[in-house]
Design a protein around this ligand. Structure first.
Ligand code: S3P
Length: 168
């Protein structure tokens, strides 16, 4: 059975939707950030502080490689920046069906303005950073995706229904 992979910007709901979808479909759930944190014994913010964003991206690439061939029929949520590497987009396609949860920068800001766990948003003007990063990443998300869902105003039940319908 194919894996279902959720991609999208920080705060789009990949983890929350993924967990609910895994209950609904009775499939196991995996989260790439959590797998990396567990393997490293550190939080993402510590990993960024120690090896930088590039070092973290290498860990994401290695994890995708390890998952291909070993994971099947799972629901997999991914870190928001994982699809920005071309190599990772290819690995995602090999790993399963990719669903992009798309939303506006303003919605991300509203959801994450109090967040302290995302190193890339710890800056003086997080809304501007969100806008810039999202604009830089949009083409990568779109290219990686087999299907795109606009999620700004949708509740979890609606999103999950749309995913299930699309899977047939
Ligand atoms: C990142 C998103 C985070 C995490 C890391 C980097 C990004 O995951 O992987 O902080 O580059 O967008 P979430 O999308 O789950 O917040």
């Amino acid at each position: 059975m194919n894996n279902i992979i959720l991609i999208g910007f920080m705060g789009c709901g990949k983890t929350s939707v993924g967990i609910r979808l895994s209950y609904q479909l009775r499939r196991a759930f995996l989260d790439t950030d959590k797998l990396i944190e567990r393997a490293q014994g550190k939080e993402i913010s510590e990993i960024f502080a120690e090896v930088g964003e590039a070092g973290f991206r290498d860990m994401e690439t290695q994890l995708l490689r390890d998952m291909i061939g070993t994971e099947q029929g799972k629901i997999i949520s991914t870190g928001g920046g994982l699809p920005i590497r071309e190599q990772n987009r290819k690995l995602l396609k090999e790993l399963g069906t990719v669903i992009y949860l798309k939303l506006t920068p303003e919605t991300v800001y509203e959801r994450l303005k109090e967040d302290t766990k995302r190193p890339l948003l710890q800056c003086a003007d997080p809304l501007q950073r969100i806008r810039t990063l999202m604009a830089e990443r949009e083409a990568a998300y779109a290219e990686a995706a087999d299907m795109t869902l606009l999620v700004d105003t949708k509740d979890f039940d609606t999103i999950i229904k749309e995913i299930e319908e699309s899977m047939g």
